[in-house]
Design a protein around this ligand. Structure first.
Ligand SMILES: Nc1ncnc2c1ncn2[C@@H]1O[C@H](COP(=O)(O)OP(=O)(O)O)[C@@H](O)[C@H]1O
Ligand SMILES: [Mg+2]
Length: 315
């Protein structure tokens, strides 16, 4: 097979497409590559501006990235963090920024102490046990702030911010106060990411709500953007024939209906269809390989689970 035959693929995928089936299947299962799409690129551009111009302002700009679960928030944040990683030799220079972007997950038990514990962990601080079990919030806060300053953090990202809504109202208010305080004390932008519940949680404090610029990653719909996303993704899958039928309106509608329209589910379906395409020798994703794909969408999974659970367990 010549490389001209694989012109529908990206260069890396062309190389892999020439390899045996087992290797290609492994690649499809394991492959985690970034797919750029216009909304993600626009948000990354905005975050880059926040990173460059936000720190040291009297009121650093904050961002709230809102999207349904499985729709690409954490992947986008990881991309942002990597794009702004410190150069490898930064650690040698005492003044250098060694952790320009720090990402923490809002704990499922959303208290201020738990938050500082995960933040300190992310910063590589001595574990809470070594600081002392009786360490007061105040001590944890001092330590976290000192480290954030010393590693030159320019943006603090708090992912899974919707967990805040699950907490007690008092804890939530205390945490929102902390957000305000952190921004002021460090003079760095804060980026929150979460589902709509993150927005509801922030709204508990109207003043704080005004300080967060909302950016959304909406569900995917049958249309040109989704067709382009799917085309970009198929160009990275090592199949030996092109898959031109996927951009038809009916096919797109079927994909969105089945997956619920999140990027995570759409890519999972495409991967499952690519597996069938290799196993069947079809070598392209077609309506038939989509049909035959070993994939259950969120609705089907829920239905199966409810159906399979014995009544006693479901009760
Ligand atoms: N831009 C992207 N490129 C490639 N894969 C992506 C992209 N965005 C999301 N995904 C995939 O979709 C799935 C869900 O994404 P994730 O970022 O975890 O969603 P969320 O944080 O919104 O729940 C992950 O498996 C991830 O690999
Ligand atoms: Mg996530």
């Amino acid at each position: 097979m010549t490389h001209e035959d694989l012109g529908h693929l990206l260069v890396d995928a062309q190389r892999i497409a020439a390899l045996p089936d087992d290797t290609r299947l492994d690649f499809i299962e394991a492959g985690e590559c970034w797919i750029g799409y216009p909304r993600a690129e626009a948000i990354l551009t905005r975050l880059h501006k926040v990173f460059v111009y936000g720190p040291n302002r009297v009121r650093p700009p904050n961002v709230l990235l809102v999207a349904p679960s499985n729709n690409g928030k954490s992947t986008l944040i990881e991309r942002f963090r990597r794009d702004h990683d410190a150069p490898p030799d930064a650690g040698d220079d005492a003044e250098a920024e060694v952790m320009p972007v720090v990402v923490v997950q809002m704990p499922t038990e959303p208290t201020v102490s738990r938050f500082y514990a995960v933040l300190l962990d992310e910063l590589g601080a001595p574990s809470i046990r070594r600081i002392g079990r009786g360490a007061r919030k105040h001590d944890l806060e001092r330590l976290a702030l000192d480290i954030l300053k010393s590693v030159g953090t320019r943006v603090l990202v708090i992912d899974e911010l919707h967990n805040l809504l699950a907490g007690r109202r008092d804890d939530r208010l205390e945490f929102l106060n902390l957000l305000r305080y952190l921004g002021n004390a460090l003079r760095i932008p804060i980026v929150g990411a979460g589902t709509r519940d993150a927005h509801f949680a922030i709204r508990t404090d109207p003043q704080l709500e005004n300080r967060f610029e909302p950016l959304a990653l909406p569900l995917w719909e049958p249309g040109a953007e989704t067709a382009t996303l799917i085309a970009s993704f198929t160009a990275s899958l090592p199949l030996r024939r092109p898959s031109p039928d996927l951009c038809r309106a009916g096919t797109l509608r079927g994909i969105i209906e089945r997956t619920g329209g999140t990027i995570g589910e759409i890519l999972t379906l495409m991967r499952a269809a690519a597996v069938i395409a290799i196993e069947s020798g079809e070598e392209a994703i077609t309506p038939a390989t989509l049909e035959g794909a070993a994939y259950l969408g969120p609705d089907e999974r829920r239905f199966r689970l409810e159906h399979d659970l014995p009544r006693s367990a479901a009760a």
